[in-house]
Design a protein around this ligand. Structure first.
Ligand code: NAP
Length: 305
């Protein structure tokens, strides 16, 4: 018998990433019910055609799938199993798709708990940043049963371009942590390149124009370095969220007795950014830590009033 297709979706968590991902699902023709803790963030989605729910439970009622895009492991746990949570409203046979970046271990526990009520789960964290979320070009790495993944593929295609089933429950999150290790080191590479240019008197714009087109090109060089040159530290991805991810990666590495020297260094530099009050800045604020270490400027001088 044909498995039912996934058409009706509950979407929980309309932050920097979730709001754009939800908007792309509406554009692709899915029927969406949204819920966000800060209710004003639901308004633009309602204007775009979504229904607003009053709780995660209500967002889950009658849906084929419920997507969560919140911050950390305890937050996913709360929207799923807290009072008024998804588990109170979701029907057996439906799917919970967690697209947040959280602990692989917690993911496996949540999947087992949902299975107890006949609900399937996929972990489907993403990469591609705020830009990828807006443009529907995210990379999505999925853990869970292959047949459930196949059923949900059209929904992933509305939000992303590269979609890969990597293994069983938790393996999507493990793959995302590999991604975060690479992202962290590319971030530092970008910042040290800019530091070297700034200190040596090479024009930053010119250096960026030529270097990003060659072997040193990266997502960080294309998307974050131009923001540094503008003095723009607004978050595409907040320092405190990167720190959460590096903590998860370093904990997992520690359990495997795997040294990750470069990742640890980036974690420490970003701890300095946090110590100076930059936790809500974008990760490009790592240049602040380098500026303080070297006692010079990379960011442009603030223009005088
Ligand atoms: P964000 O802008 O801070 O949004 C977080 C969202 O989660 C908000 O809607 C927030 O609600 C909600 N939330 C947090 N804790 C909650 C709780 N306990 N109960 C209910 N709602 C809760 O963060 P983001 O950048 O969109 O990131 C979301 C997830 O995607 C994170 O796991 C992050 O690591 C991952 N991610 C981010 C990026 C990126 O570039 N930004 C890229 C890939 C993956 P309020 O509106 O009420 O605060």
């Amino acid at each position: 018998m044909e498995k039912p297709t996934v058409e009706r979706i509950g979407f929980i968590g309309l932050g920097i990433m979730g709001r754009s991902m939800a908007a792309n699902l509406i554009k692709a023709g899915f029927s969406l019910t949204v819920w966000n803790r800060t209710s004003s963030r639901m308004e633009p989605l309602v204007r775009a055609g979504a229904q607003a729910a009053r709780s995660p439970r209500e967002a889950a009622e009658g849906q084929d799938a419920v997507i969560t895009m919140v911050t950390d492991s305890p937050d996913v746990e709360e929207v799923l199993f807290g009072p008024g949570g998804v588990s109170e409203g979701i029907r057996p046979g439906a799917v919970v798709i967690d697209m947040s970046t959280i602990s692989p271990e917690v993911t496996r526990r949540l999947a087992a708990r949902l299975a107890g009520q006949g609900v399937d789960m996929l972990d489907a964290p993403v990469t591609g940043g705020d830009v990828g979320a807006r443009e529907g070009t995210l990379s999505i790495m999925v853990g869970g049963k292959p047949e459930v993944f196949d059923r949900c593929r059209p929904l992933f295609e509305a939000m992303g371009r590269t979609i890969v089933h990597v293994g069983d429950h938790g393996m999507g999150q493990m793959c995302k942590l590999c991604n975060q290790v690479v992202v962290a080191l590319n971030l530092l590479a970008m910042a040290e390149g800019l530091a070297f240019a700034a200190r040596s008197g090479v024009d930053l714009e010119k250096m960026l124009a030529v270097v990003r087109a060659g072997a040193a090109g990266s997502w960080a060089m294309d998307n974050l370095a131009p923001r540094v040159l503008q003095g723009d530290l607004k978050p595409g991805f907040m320092v405190r969220l990167q720190q959460k991810d590096l903590r998860l990666a370093l904990e997992a590495a520690n359990q495997m007795h795997l040294p990750l020297a470069g990742t640890s260094l980036v974690h420490q530099l970003l701890a300095s950014v946090e110590a100076y009050g930059g936790g809500d800045d974008g990760t490009q604020a790592i240049v602040r830590a380098l500026e303080r270490l070297g006692n010079f400027r990379i960011l442009p001088e603030p223009s005088s009033p």
